[in-house]
Design a protein around this ligand. Sequence first.
Ligand SMILES: NC(=O)c1ccc[n+]([C@@H]2O[C@H](COP(=O)([O-])OP(=O)(O)OC[C@H]3O[C@@H](n4cnc5c(N)ncnc54)[C@H](OP(=O)(O)O)[C@@H]3O)[C@@H](O)[C@H]2O)c1
Length: 385
Amino acid sequence: MSDINSSSRRRFLVGAAALAATPAVAGLAGPAPASAAGRDGTAEKVTTLTSRRRLGRLKVSSIGLGCQTMTGRLYGPVSSREDMIRIIRTAVDQGVTLFDTAEAYGPFESERIVGEALRRVRDRVVIASKFGWNIDPDTGQQLPGLNSRPEHVKRAVDGMLGRLRTDHIDLLYQHRVDPAVPIEDVAGAVKDLIRAGKVRHWGLSEPGPQTVRRAHAVQPLTAIQNEYNLMWRGAEQQILPLCEELGIGFVCWAPLAYGFTTGTINPYTRFTQGDFRAFVPRNSPENMTANMPLVQLLSEWAVRKGATPGQLSLAWLQAQKPWIVPIPSATRTSHLLENIGTEEVTFTPDELRDFTTALNAIQIHGERLPAPVLALSGVEAPLPR
Ligand SMILES: NC(=O)c1ccc[n+]([C@@H]2O[C@H](COP(=O)([O-])OP(=O)(O)OC[C@H]3O[C@@H](n4cnc5c(N)ncnc54)[C@H](OP(=O)(O)O)[C@@H]3O)[C@@H](O)[C@H]2O)c1
């Protein structure tokens, strides 16, 4: 068998194995070993992620792992905390180096899980965390609104270091721009933290473009983290060109549109009580029905390319710029391994043009976030007094 044929076959088998793991079955089985059985029963070794990308001067794996959902408090319960730790360790073994968390995830619990999972491989991985919500540093109680006052940021980072079991955070983001605090003050606090060796790089999440310029002028930014997926491409208007101009990397949150672009949720999906996805307007049964042409497009291309819809979604994001890094979350090993398998999926220039043309023709229905959360995106920080 030629290399090309063998590679396509492997891609097909890895994809097929991951697709065959229905959520119910995978959930009962817990994390699977890092191999997958092909349709003919032969064990196929799954892809190890070897490709690396640069966010500014920070080198990371071409796909990271989002660890927000591992608390079981956002998208419904997870199998167990131990399983989440095993998934993170499997990700390390399979070549993932970028792990994304935040003090707000839980609050605190996601950072604790990440810290425990990575403590023995700390020097081999990049840990990204975030401050910015108004969380009591002592109790973890979520108070109303945002809080990026410098003294609060510094206390928040000390708490993060304890939970993450480390003496430094590789990439620290402001989670949302605080409309009450000049970004120059925030950047100054981060500069102090970098001088103290507690933080290596920093970034902003969902900022306004002028805030990016002002922050970057005080303390150069390494990454912007915004939602970017096949259903929401808002970053293409101003933020991606700005990242290119300033040499800032871009990290896509919800790169699978909360799972919709994998084809595993659809109008008939019923979310468990409290699952955040149920409150996202784009996920109403009516909007999901109207958005099914996107899944159709991905499914057709998945067959054509010997990949899964989710892999194509991630590969398309990566194809936009070499400094774009998706961080899909996964609380099932099968999903993690499938996402890592994106490494073997590439578009030729013609394929990229054809796919993008078809994508552009699909109208997406429904807002990407509930209105109160959406209002926190694209905010410009006040000017210094
Ligand atoms: N900066 C911010 O404001 C912000 C906001 C939101 C998220 N984030 C970060 O971005 C990360 C990812 O975002 P997200 O979790 O909201 O959205 P996402 O990664 O687009 O979607 C995650 C969902 O897709 C499912 N999934 C993952 N891989 C799959 C596959 N191969 N096949 C089928 N389903 C698959 C997951 O299922 P399972 O869990 O069952 O595996 C989960 O339900 C978060 O963990 C967090 O670190 C940042």
